[in-house]
Design a binder for this molecule. Structure first.
Ligand SMILES: O=c1[nH]c(=O)c2[nH]c(=O)[nH]c2[nH]1
Length: 302
């Protein structure tokens, strides 16, 4: 006999752009362009196993809800909007057991013209997005994380890779100077016990905690990337994550997923030319893929 082992459903890729006007000067805007995913679990099994649609909240309704709530509530920061959606869905539909919200925010930045920051013109300089994930249960427990995705960086000096294991399969030459490039995918998980509750997420949003954590983590990532003479992707990402934990007391752990996007020194010796770390060819594949999660060491109890 077959049985339903696992299931979830919801709406993905719900996009909106909301203009926020400064109450003191309505010409000064901020824009939130976001993509939202909402998934449910709960009393939905019969919709899979008995073709009973009565329990299904149509995914179209989920989409409408996201858009109506985006109109009616504050959407900055995305952690607050995620918490608001969780409260709405769990409060309204008694048979939902868990809600998972994922939000990606496009980075629209204001820029200057003739030395004047423009009040309602924005530029997007890359594919970088701010992300947040909130998993919440009806019993009030939750997991919240924030982060950044798609932040592409490259340094043309200050990166080494040598001292690695060498065996009969090794062809890689040690490097004391190389190109280092990656697409940063960073996720920092908040300590749920420090935050306390979904309602507290709304309150902490007002204190600026989530914006501060995001800005600080981004700055640490970019600062370390630029300033450290990197021994390896592994060592640098560990140092970045450690800095995030040291600086942000609400962060429980920090995870990086970093592709090592290789730029390979082109051998010009056959042409009688020296290549002193000047000409590389970007290698689209294969690429290294390096992940780590860094947490806080438990404090020893005496
Ligand atoms: O920083 C690096 N880590 C590796 O694990 C690795 N492997 C490799 O071929 N080059 C690199 N670079």
């Amino acid at each position: 006999m077959a049985y339903l082992q696992d299931s979830t459903y919801g709406k993905n890729n719900v996009k909106f752009l909301k203009v926020k006007r400064d109450p003191a000067n309505p010409q000064i805007h901020q824009v939130m362009e976001a993509t939202v995913r909402v998934l449910f679990t709960g009393g939905f099994d019969v919709s899979f196993t008995k073709a009973d649609n009565s329990v299904i909240i149509p995914t179209d309704t989920i989409k409408n809800t996201i858009l109506v709530e985006a109109k009616q509530t504050e959407v900055f920061p995305i952690e607050r909007f995620a918490a608001h959606l969780v409260k709405h869905f769990i409060g309204k539909y008694g048979w939902i057991e868990t809600v998972t919200v994922h939000i990606e925010q496009v980075k629209w930045s204001k820029y200057e013209v003739n030395g004047q920051l423009q009040p309602h013109s924005f530029v997007k300089n890359g594919d970088e997005v701010r992300v947040c994930d909130l998993f919440a249960k009806r019993d009030g427990s939750f997991l919240l994380s924030g982060g950044v995705k798609g932040l592409t960086v490259l340094k043309s000096s200050g990166s080494m890779f040598h001292g690695y294991n060498v065996c009969d399969y090794t062809t890689l030459k040690p490097a004391w100077e190389r190109i280092l490039s990656t697409d940063v995918d960073l996720k920092y998980k908040y300590d749920s016990s420090k935050i306390g509750s979904i309602d507290q997420i709304l309150k902490l949003a007002d204190t600026g905690l989530f914006d501060k954590t995001f800005e600080s983590s981004l700055k640490i990532t970019l600062d370390r990337f630029a300033l450290e003479n990197s021994a390896s992707v592994q060592a640098t990402m560990f140092n970045m994550a450690s800095d995030i934990l040291e600086t942000n007391s609400y962060v429980y752990n920090a995870s990086y997923t970093l592709p090592n996007k290789h730029y390979i020194l082109f051998d010009l010796s056959w042409k009688g030319l020296k290549n002193e770390n000047e000409l590389f060819y970007p290698s689209p594949h294969p690429n290294g893929l390096i992940k780590c999660t860094v947490g806080r060491e438990p404090v020893a109890k005496l």
